[in-house]
Ligand binder design. Structure first.
Ligand code: B4P
Length: 197
């Protein structure tokens, strides 16, 4: 199995690049943002609870997203690997993910971390807000709250994987194709080695 985390602040291109990467490498895409939005659109109790947090730009409680990821891992036992998009976002989520993968005799091969300036992130999310209908992109105050939440709780998740030398930083500005090529160069290199020793 080859398991990768696509990491970065809101608007860094995780969702955009994930679509292209899963098409190339046939990995199972697990986006906690997409899973939560699907719960919201189906008006499930989990979705209604999550919406309260998301609409303010806050992270959804750990136990909710960990439960969703656990179910998703169990539902796809025969895949070539997983692409985690928007997960883990806290230190607790990272530890839980390691434990869940260890139970399946596998691990995270790499964290690819997209680096984008704050100014560019806000510009992208405001622009997406004009067309996406996503309530968390609907005004700049919520977007800024998401960035504060990222710096407070998520940015340090990279340290967790840095301790194992598993973080590769990729500049996330430029055309979508240029960034995709940088990501695939790293993945092609890493796929040739055993990263779970
Ligand atoms: P997510 O769905 O993960 O959304 P995101 O981080 O805002 O966006 P992403 O980074 O994927 O967007 P992209 O750059 O592709 O999370 C939403 C919310 O769900 C969170 O705030 C939180 O409340 C909750 N949540 C999710 N996971 C959670 C977890 N694990 N724990 C707790 N809560 C969780 O796209 C942005 C825009 O940029 C697009 O319009 C795109 O077209 C554009 N773009 C992309 N690449 C570009 C480029 N190179 N140049 C110009 N524009 C580009």
């Amino acid at each position: 199995m080859f398991n990768l985390i696509l990491f970065g602040p809101p608007g860094s291109g995780k969702g955009t690049q994930s679509e292209k990467l899963i098409a190339k490498y046939h990995l199972k895409h697990l986006s906690t943002g997409d899973l939560l939005r699907s719960e919201i659109s189906r008006k499930t109790p989990l979705g209604l609870e999550a919406k309260k947090f998301m609409d303010q730009g806050f992270l959804v409680p750990d136990e909710v997203v960990i439960g969703m990821i656990n179910d998703a891992l169990d539902a796809h036992p025969d895949v070539a690997g997983f692409l985690f998009d928007g997960f883990p976002r806290t230190a607790i989520q990272a530890q839980e993910l390691d434990d869940l993968l260890a139970d399946k005799n596998t691990c995270i091969d790499v964290m690819l971390a997209l680096e984008v300036s704050e100014e560019e992130l806000i510009k992208r999310l405001v622009k997406r807000g004009q067309i996406s209908g996503r309530s968390d992109d609907s005004n700049e105050m919520i977007i800024r709250a998401r960035l504060i939440e990222y710096h407070k709780k998520t940015a340090s998740v990279a340290d967790h994987y840095q301790k194992e030398n598993k973080v590769v930083i990729v500049r996330g500005e430029g055309t979508i194709e240029e960034i995709f090529n940088k990501l695939t160069d790293e993945i092609d290199r890493l796929m040739k080695q055993d990263n779970c020793l």
